[in-house]
Ligand binder design. Structure first.
Ligand code: ZN
Length: 85
């Protein structure tokens, strides 16, 4: 087997941003989905991050920010969250 059939939580967190940005390969996205279905800790983290991103994106859509600015803000939010700020 060349790839694990399950992710550890650490591997999961490393992929979470890419998963939310739809930048993972189909294989990796499937692993992330599988982990989210079986791990309450990561599922809660994903729910928190995605709801935060949704609300930021909703606000930004009202002021029609350019997509690359939205992406930068999303990355900053994810970084801040990882550092526990
Ligand atoms: Zn996990």
């Amino acid at each position: 087997m060349s790839r694990p059939d399950r992710l550890t939580c650490e591997e999961m967190f490393r992929r979470l941003d890419d998963y939310m940005d739809r930048e993972l390969s189909a294989d990796e996205a499937a692993l992330v989905r599988e982990h989210l279905e079986t791990c309450a800790v990561c599922a809660a983290e994903y729910a928190f991050e995605s709801s935060m991103l949704r609300s930021v994106r909703a606000k930004l859509s009202h002021i029609s920010a350019p997509p690359d600015l939205m992406r930068k803000i999303s990355l900053r939010l994810a970084e801040a969250e990882r550092r526990g700020e």
